[in-house]
Design a protein around this ligand. Sequence first.
Ligand code: SF4
Length: 287
Amino acid sequence: MKAKDYRSGLEPVWCTGCGDYGVLKGLTQALADLSIPPERLAIISGIGCSSRLPGYTNSYAFNSIHGRALPIASGLKLSRPEITTVVVGGDGDGFSIGLGHIPHAVRRNVNLTYAVLDNGLYGLTKGQSSPTSTEDFKQERGLAGPEERPLNPILLVLSSGCGFVARTHAGNLPHLRETFREAIAYPGFAFIHVLAGCVTYQGPAYADTIYKRCDILPADYDPSNFARAIELARGERFALGVLYRRPPEAPTAVVPGDLPSSAGIWPPVPSNGPDVAPEDLSAGDMG
Ligand code: SF4
């Protein structure tokens, strides 16, 4: 199989230069690498620019309703476990209306790959701020204000007990391909945070600016080190790679001993008070 064998005949309608093109390419390359038969593949999405992606693939596909891709994909996978199931969507779809589904999908540990294509805004509805918009986001439309602090996707899924947590960038095709390959091959719920630019509402330089803040994890990085993954998730820079991978046979629930006391996000709070002020946990701009 080749990457083109996983493409439908539909031409994407994304804006020229949109990061979603790279994700489509990296995903189809990874599917070809894994030789997954298209008739044993389903790609499920919610609503948004990136949620158009299933229509461009040669697989079973469902462009569902806003924020509801995870429960639909979970039902599919539970009833047809032989179908490789990939979920894609944006930061607005996943972290706003769909947020409540993430920790439950994680704790059920259904064997899905969930990729959130995070461009820090709602592109389909013309550029309003999303839960991951940076604090300096300039908003011309919509109701939510940019003074809201951004949500930290990696911390969110790590603290929910996710067994596979990775980050990649839509402009780095080899890295995208490898990350999708590893996530799809992981036998459990796998989360990928994809930093993706929106050329139309963030401007063409945005993805480049974000990319300059990215560091690819070194070859000797130990992804089984949960405490280190938490540290990286809280950092100012964006670590790219598999930040955390729990051995599949290990328990799925996060236990207090997994977390460094400095993470400050697991009860019980020490009697002398938390090490980290609550405001630190929203972790700055997308980081
Ligand atoms: Fe991509 Fe932004 Fe255009 Fe949507 S509006 S297709 S996210 S560039």
